[in-house]
Design a protein around this ligand. Structure first.
Ligand code: KG4
Ligand code: ZN
Length: 472
């Protein structure tokens, strides 16, 4: 039974809501998705029936009309190209609907990062532009596929640096336009979350997720694909930023990333030797802060006269190396204790909201840290739930998570029609540099929470939920 009809879209955020919804139930049911191409689209093809549960994953097949001819694709046979350029990694991957990774390419800018001490947007954009064609081509070649074989193209559209996001989005649009493929704009942090469902195919909603990266610290309750409640976020810096700065100040070789370098040095140190204060203990919420810990580290380095400016760790005396390792280990202990305390509270909150919760997903670059994993394992064990941590190469930024998130939304019928073969010169990419994943849990709002809400996009969850409500 086809459930298709067209409805006009009145949202103020037209490009945000260019979501196509398909909902279905029963293994034999198929849904016809008609991809209509219109200039300045404000019309949606909506496939919806109120009796069907909105985010059900129950399609038996998705019929995609491409270039006039319609062909039916079972979800497991979908093949999606995912592209990621939101920060300092240029990544692409090809993934199938049953979770098989056909290829995965990542080109890192870690060397730029170590030279300039942070991501400089203009330089990062240039670095992405330099390698994007090669990275995407390599991903296609390694999968032995061409654009003709793809079912859709997914790309990170936010949050992240606009200049960098634009490189990936432009590339994705050009491929989708050229091969007449549906286009899926992906939320970077949702991609970090949902990749856990590729790794752990039995992982069911609802679950709790801790997302820890260079730019984000998030605790979320994941209710469904596109439906998240934000229990906590950082009020200043993310943990990855604190790892990176500490590694730099300690004179470590950060050409392969500050986090891994610091984790390695910490093995040599005494984690109780420097008494750092655990952040935000006076706030009984799930928010994070790492700016103060960074300052404490800086002061410890200065007071111990660990002069690192012209003294990389390789040329340090053994005494000095030990002193730096002590700082590294002590920093790591407290940085992770802060995560442990917030996770403990978040589990309690989440169990009140969703007593059926069984898993804590930990993802994002910092989740590749073994110490972080082992400490959080104690926390989940104490609470009778389990830890799901993707392998390290799927925790750091990658194209697989974007392709997979594209697949999760595509199966639900949420995608844009193929873009034109060539965008007009004045085409404005739909980029969302500041884009929350979900609405804040009211109980979780902190007095300490900074109100940096200017130029913030409506959250992914609010866009999807209001689109669903509009149609019912
Ligand atoms: O998710 P990600 O690759 O990029 C962002 O979205 O930010 O995370 C990058 C962050 C960096 O700060 C990096 O130093 C940190 O993850 N990271 C680590 C480790 N591996 C990567 N931090 C601690 N220990 C690690 N082993
Ligand atoms: Zn990331």
């Amino acid at each position: 039974m086809s459930l298709s009809f067209l409805v006009p879209l009145t949202s103020r955020y037209a490009p945000l809501s260019k979501l196509h919804f398909g909902h279905g139930r029963g293994a034999a049911r198929s849904v016809n998705c008609i991809l209509s191409r219109r200039p300045a689209i404000t019309i949606l093809a909506i496939f919806l029936h109120p009796i069907f549960r909105p985010q059900s994953l129950s399609f038996s097949s998705t019929a995609i009309a491409r270039g006039g001819s319609s062909r039916s694709v079972a979800p497991e046979n979908l093949i999606v190209l995912g592209i990621e350029t939101s920060c300092d990694d240029t990544a692409a991957a090809v993934v199938t609907g049953n979770g098989k990774i056909l290829s995965q390419i990542v080109s890192s800018q870690a060397d730029l990062l170590s030279r300039y001490g942070g991501v400089a947007p203009k330089m990062a954009e240039e670095a992405h532009s330099l390698v994007i064609d090669q990275v995407v081509q390599q991903a296609l070649d390694n999968s032995s596929l061409t654009g003709e074989d793809l079912s859709a193209v997914a790309v990170t559209i936010g949050p992240g640096l606009s200049l960098c996001l634009r490189v990936g989005v432009t590339k994705a649009r050009s491929i989708a336009g050229r091969f007449n493929l549906p286009f899926i704009g992906v939320h970077h942090m949702e991609a970090h979350t949902l990749v856990a469902r590729l790794v752990e195919r039995d992982l069911q909603f609802p679950f709790l997720a801790l997302l820890i990266s260079g730019g984000h610290n998030l605790l979320i309750l994941a209710r469904d694909v596109g439906h998240y409640v934000q229990l906590g976020t950082t009020i200043d810096d993310a943990i990855g930023e604190a790892y990176d700065k500490t590694a730099r100040w300690l004179g470590l070789d950060i050409s392969k990333g500050g986090g891994p370098a610091l984790e390695e040095l910490a093995h040599e140190g005494d984690s109780n030797s420097v008494k750092f204060k655990i952040p935000m203990r006076q706030y009984k919420d799930c928010n994070f802060s790492y700016a103060g810990l960074k300052t404490q580290v800086r002061l410890a380095i200065e007071s111990r006269h660990v002069c690192v400016d012209n003294n990389p760790i390789l040329s340090a005396s053994s005494h000095e190396r030990k002193s730096r390792a002590d700082i590294a280990a002590s920093f790591q202990r407290v940085a992770v204790l802060h995560l442990e305390e917030r996770c403990q509270r978040a589990i309690e909150w989440a169990k009140e909201m969703e007593p059926s919760i069984k898993c804590l997903v930990v993802s994002g670059g910092v989740a590749s840290n073994q110490y972080v994993r082992s400490r959080l394992n104690y926390v989940v064990e104490r609470n009778g739930i389990s830890l799901v941590c993707p392998p390290p190469n799927l925790c750091t930024d990658n194209g697989v998570m974007v392709a997979w998130t594209g697949i999760e939304h595509f199966i639900l019928g949420r995608f844009d029609p193929p873009p034109p073969a060539f965008d007009p010169e004045d085409y404005m990419c739909d980029l969302r540099p500041r884009w929350p994943l979900g609405e804040e849990y009211l109980h979780g709002k902190s007095e300490a929470r900074s109100l940096k809400r200017a130029r913030m996009h409506p959250s992914l969850t609010s866009i999807i939920q209001s689109s669903i409500k509009q149609q019912i």
